[in-house]
Design a protein around this ligand. Structure first.
Ligand code: CTP
Length: 475
């Protein structure tokens, strides 16, 4: 049954009127399609990227649109893809000619020919992304929905226009996109599609790390990232793209002693932290905070399961994983490593009898990351025992209070040595030497241990004392 719904009211923005006029002048047809239409119908707020399909040349249409706009924006042309792009009204508008793809049996490359709107819709990823609104004068705003995408929007279903095996093998990244949209929109993936993803999972290997990361980041930035990771796990894509995570799965039992399933625990931690932060890299830290547990797991007859040094091993694994996935190897990676490395530290000091010096050392080592580290540790509490849950949270509340007290008093968060190396050299008439580092270290240790205050006078007196101990003479 043809769908004759009209959305001309939603296309009142001047840019659509201009595209419509350009279309008429070129005597072709054009449609707005894809994410803009999907998000409009879902009332998901403004979508700044607009995709236009021209039944004709997308490049010619873009040029025409530019000529009709006041400032004649620059048209960027991607000849190889037959697409063009311009910026107008703070929006990025992409133009593509409708295409029909047919596969030549002898070659694996598609033969691309000009096609109709329907041909173009056929080759799109999901029914909800194939919805098009007409920009033609005779039916402006009419919805063209050959695959019942509108119904899939209301029943919250991810479904491919064609046989899913074809859609996914045309572009295997779509397997990740299906899971990403299911997570972002809280939609179900049609069972046949899910099966096709599982069947075609190995094809993900031909997709670049960068493109996969874009999707993983979008999953991580969703309200409940565990939906996406559970689907990646279910379709067996996860062991291909992040084997370090799936290695955490499972519960082992020896002599009646079990450990928790660190994979499902990790997903809970990521969901927890997502309630408290929109910092993508903090969410990455939550995802990776336990990855060192698989290689360090051991059973000891007396004490049961241990994961000694997993934070250290985990931090090293972060580097390898970032490198392999083509994530940035810059300060973002270092931040994630630092949080993984320190992820157990606040737990240790959550003990009632925690000393000020332990708190000072934590603040000193965590520096700027102390708040984020606390957020990570609080998200790490996944016990189902309500009494323990409350107790652990209360302990961290106490830690936060102690952190504040110690910081207000001692200011070790952005520690600067109160006595400089130059002053030590001048005082004892020294050339650059090992002694200077030893004295500086001793002063820092004394401050962190609480033996002396974090100020100049105390540090200078301590320097003189240390110098004497080392047999140095004042200049
Ligand atoms: N598309 C596709 N297959 C892909 C990528 C994109 O069929 N692998 C089509 C879909 O019709 C999609 C449109 O191109 O709606 C635009 O793609 P893109 O801008 O990547 O995504 P959006 O759907 O706009 O969504 P978002 O901006 O949330 O990524």
């Amino acid at each position: 049954m043809p769908n004759k719904k009209n959305y001309s009211q939603a296309l009142q923005h001047p840019i659509f009127k201009v595209i419509s006029q350009a279309t008429a002048e070129l005597q072709i047809d054009s449609y707005v399609i894809g994410g803009f239409v999907r998000d409009l119908l879902l009332e998901r707020g403004e979508h700044k990227d607009i995709d236009i399909v021209a039944v004709g040349s997308g490049i010619e249409l873009a040029k025409k649109v530019s000529s009709l706009l006041d400032h004649n924006p620059k048209v960027q042309i991607f000849k190889n893809y037959g697409t063009a792009m311009l910026h107008a009204y703070d929006m990025e508008i992409e133009f593509v000619g409708a295409r029909k793809e047919s596969y030549n049996l002898e070659s694996r490359n598609p033969v691309v020919e000009d096609g109709t709107l329907e041909d173009d819709q056929d080759r799109r990823d999901f029914t909800i992304n194939a919805l098009a609104l007409s920009l033609n004068e005779n039916n402006y705003g009419e919805l063209l929905d050959p695959f019942n995408g509108l119904e899939d929007l209301s029943t919250k279903l991810i479904r491919t226009p064609l046989d899913p095996d074809i859609t996914y093998s045309d572009d295997p990244l779509r397997m990740m996109r299906a899971i990403r949209f299911a997570t972002q929109l809280n939609f179900r993936i049609e069972p046949e599609s899910l099966e096709a993803i599982t069947r075609n999972k190995e094809r993900i290997k031909i997709i670049s790390g960068e493109r996969i990361v874009v999707e993983i980041n979008k999953i991580l930035m969703s309200e409940k990232p565990s939906i996406g990771f559970a689907l990646l796990h279910k379709t067996a894509l996860l062991p291909i793209i992040m084997p370090q995570l799936t290695a955490l799965e499972g519960i082992e039992e020896i002599e009646g002693q079990k450990h928790k399933d660190n994979f499902w625990h990790t997903l809970e931690v990521v969901d927890n932290i997502s309630e408290n932060t929109d910092n993508l890299w903090l969410r990455w830290a939550a995802l990776l905070h336990d990855i060192g547990k698989a290689p360090t797991k051991k059973f000891h007859k007396k004490i049961g399961w241990t994961f000694h040094g997993h934070e250290f091993v985990g931090a090293k694994m972060v580097y390898k994983l970032f490198k392999h996935m083509k994530l940035p190897l810059n300060e973002k990676m270092k931040y994630v490593q630092k949080l993984v490395l320190m992820s157990s530290r606040p737990i240790v000091i959550a003990d009632e009898k925690v000393t000020d010096s332990a708190v000072r050392r934590l603040v000193f080592d965590a520096g700027e990351e102390i708040e984020d580290l606390m957020t990570l540790c609080e998200a790490d509490i996944t016990t189902k025992n309500p009494k323990r849950f409350k107790k652990y949270h209360n302990n961290f509340k106490k830690v936060r209070i102690k952190l504040r007290e110690v910081e207000e008093r001692d200011h070790v968060r952005n520690f600067q040595p109160p006595v400089s190396g130059e002053e030590i050299m001048e005082t004892f008439n020294l050339k650059p030497s090992r002694e200077i580092g030893m004295i500086k270290d001793a002063i820092k240790e004394a401050i962190l241990e609480g033996e002396i205050a974090n100020d100049y006078d105390a540090a200078r007196n301590y320097m003189l004392k240390k110098g004497e101990e080392l047999g140095l003479k004042k200049a």
